[in-house]
Design a protein. Structure first.
Length: 146
């Protein structure tokens, strides 16, 4: 399952709570995120977050796609093959929103690149957490996040 929503909407909080609940019910859970769920993802995250204005929009989208391909191949698919529950903070929808609308790239192109990178791996469930921007900003400020 994936959790989507803007920064400060509570994705990480809900992922932790869901992981605790499922683990308590006897399930094996892998909680992860994009980008940053693997070492490659952490490197991509660092590059993108610290060089935001320096990276061409298409290059940024391809960095995220590279992270996704590695993440699916090395973490998500093996977990699913073992029968684990995967809870993921951000996935394809975030790419379409951030690289499509946010970076003014074609949303259909971003979707296609993302699906290719994910080898068609789609979540059984996506939960969208929605929060008004002022409340989200207050949460981020309280947590000292940019």
């Amino acid at each position: 399952m994936t959790l989507e929503g803007g920064d400060g909407s509570g994705k990480t909080t809900q992922a932790v709570r869901l992981e605790e609940w499922l683990t308590g019910a006897g399930r094996t859970v892998v909680r992860t995120r994009e980008p940053g769920g693997t070492e490659v993802g952490r490197l991509v995250r660092d590059i993108v977050l610290h060089h935001r204005g320096d990276i061409a929009p298409r290059a940024e989208a391809l960095l995220y796609a590279a992270d996704r391909a590695h993440h699916i191949a090395t973490l998500v698919r093996p977990a699913l093959e073992r029968g684990d529950v995967v809870i993921q903070d951000r996935y394809l929808d975030s790419s379409v929103a951030y690289q499509g609308a946010g970076r003014v790239l074609d949303g259909a192109d971003i979707r296609d690149i993302s699906l290719w990178a994910a080898e068609g791996e789609l979540p059984d469930l996506t939960v969208l957490l929605d929060l008004d921007p002022a409340s989200a900003r207050a949460r981020l400020d309280a947590a000292d996040k940019p």
